[in-house]
Write a protein that binds this ligand. Structure first.
Ligand code: HEC
Length: 212
């Protein structure tokens, strides 16, 4: 039974690996910048270009949403959880992954020997891991119907409001994530940041998810 389960999981993972998002307006802008080609750089609207500057500068989004996938692959507590929510994110996940018969050290792992570093042994539950969630990619983010692990927000406007006024979100947790401070965005800056997030949508994507 275990083998069947693992093979289905690996088949799904292999399918997911074929879904690649790389033809967004932002990608064309980045290529234009690399090749010193201004007409290609124009693929990114001036508003989205200002949004990109904010993303890298004043709004500091790049501290966590970095690299080609706009994720540092790390876990952070950004105060999305509210009082009474019992999903502790990484805190629970660490215990589950260590106990799981499908984890990295199990016989189902088919990584090559040189890749088989026993990461799972070094993952420990520290107090800071409570309410931490993994930084999601921002590619195709404008196509999602809800945002954050608990679907707390249904528009990008709400997400930006949340980051803009982050102090109010901190009220019920003791842990301080010092990188997150209120940004103080003007109306125009808000629009620009949202225009930038829209520019990360792959315009040539072939596969559409079925509407369930
Ligand atoms: C301290 C790290 C950090 C910083 C700085 C940060 N983010 Fe995030 N971001 C995260 C994490 C972690 C999540 C997932 C939280 C969750 O699911 O509860 C997230 C989620 C999001 C989401 C929702 C994505 C989805 O699929 O649900 C958006 C949109 C987003 N961030 C945009 C931004 C923008 C714009 C900025 C800058 C204003 C920013 N982030 C700054 C760590 C960060």
């Amino acid at each position: 039974m275990d083998d069947l389960f693992v093979n289905v999981g690996k088949a799904i993972a292999a399918f997911e690996a074929t879904i690649v998002s790389r033809s967004s307006a932002f990608d064309r802008f980045a290529e234009g910048l690399r090749d010193d080609n201004p007409s290609q750089m124009a693929a990114l609207s001036t508003s989205a270009q200002r949004g990109l500057k904010l993303f890298l500068g004043k709004a500091k989004c790049v501290l966590c949403h970095s690299g080609p996938n706009f994720s540092d692959g790390e876990f952070h507590n950004i105060y999305v959880s509210r009082a009474g929510e019992d999903d502790y994110g990484r805190w629970d996940g660490v215990a589950q992954v260590r106990a799981s018969s499908f984890n990295f050290e199990s016989r189902h792992n088919d990584a090559r020997p040189e890749q088989a570093f026993p990461w799972v042994r070094y993952v420990t539950r520290i107090p800071e891991s409570k309410y931490q969630f993994k930084t999601p990619t921002l590619r195709d983010v404008a196509q999602r119907r809800s945002f954050m692990h608990n679907g707390r927000f249904s528009t990008l406007d709400e997400v930006i409001d949340f980051y803009d006024e982050i102090d109010e979100a901190k009220e019920f947790q003791d842990h301080e994530e010092t990188t997150l401070v209120p940004i103080g965005l003007s109306h125009q800056e808000r629009e620009d940041l949202i225009a930038f997030l829209h520019s990360l949508t792959d315009e040539e994507a072939q596969s559409e998810l079925p509407d369930l």
